[in-house]
Write a protein that binds this ligand. Structure first.
Ligand SMILES: Nc1ncnc2c1ncn2[C@@H]1O[C@H](COP(=O)(O)OP(=O)(O)OP(=O)(O)O)[C@@H](O)[C@H]1O
Length: 224
């Protein structure tokens, strides 16, 4: 069964003066253990579709099923804490928390004890190549690539089944980008996550198992 099944989903932004149909009748099935790239021109609807998958917006028509259950029937706060983890271009770390506290934070929300959250956070940080010398630093004391690795450690620590990343390499140089691409690929292939990456980066698209292209709100799978 698909982890995420997008069924004839449409979404429009309505303002006082106009309606923009950002996602038009999109259907696709997304599985565990797979790295998906979502590509397409600026304004084609990629970020909107990712927000719908993250439960940050609700489709006006159609449905998104998570492990066979409609996202409309699920508590989206719990969905976002436990199942779906979002990674942003700007890393979104808490500036006044240490690296380790940043990774512990979602575990604390899930009511893990301090000791357990710390242990899980440290294991996850080791997995992304950030050893003990990083744990007590503040995010500002890290490079962009290292900050993005902390964000990935956060998704590892909660054992998220779904990872949704919006331009995760957008602020990084080639070397840091390729490290992040490798980690996203590991999340899919070693941790069996369903990983969806919105990207303009051709290297991400090359590393993906499946490439979906959006064009004026519609989606199609690219031939490999
Ligand atoms: N909050 C909003 N209000 C009104 N229109 C919006 C809003 N957000 C996005 N749009 C419009 O919806 C369409 C899809 O936008 P979206 O951000 O999903 O595209 P995108 O493919 O992610 O673009 P980019 O690659 O530039 O990030 C665009 O026409 C955009 O102008």
């Amino acid at each position: 069964m698909s982890v995420l099944s997008v069924q004839s989903v449409s979404y429009s932004y309505k303002t006082k003066y106009q309606t923009v149909q950002a996602v038009k009748d999109v259907s696709c099935d997304l599985s565990a253990g797979t790295l998906y790239a979502l590509v397409g021109k600026s304004g084609s609807g990629k970020t909107t579709l990712l927000s719908l998958l993250a439960g940050l917006d609700t489709p006006q028509s159609g449905d998104i099923m998570v492990n066979g259950q409609s996202l409309r029937e699920i508590d989206v706060d719990i969905y976002r804490r436990k199942q779906a983890s979002v990674i942003y271009q700007s890393y979104n770390l808490f500036p006044l928390m240490t690296v380790c506290e940043n990774v512990m934070y979602p575990l604390k929300l899930l009511r893990h004890s301090d000791a357990d959250a710390k242990k899980e956070a440290q294991i996850a940080l080791e997995k992304v190549g950030l050893g003990e010398s990083y744990w007590k630093r503040l995010p500002a004391m890290l490079s962009g690539g290292e900050q993005q690795r902390v964000a990935i450690a956060r998704t590892l620590a909660v054992h998220a089944q779904i990872v949704l990343a919006d331009e995760p390499t957008g602020n990084l140089d080639t070397e840091n980008s390729s490290q992040i691409i490798q980690l996203l690929s590991k999340l899919a292939h070693e941790e069996t996550c369903c990983v969806v990456v919105v990207t303009h980066d051709l290297e991400v698209a090359k590393a993906a198992d499946v490439v979906f292209r959006m064009d004026s709100g519609r989606i199609k799978e690219d031939a490999v």
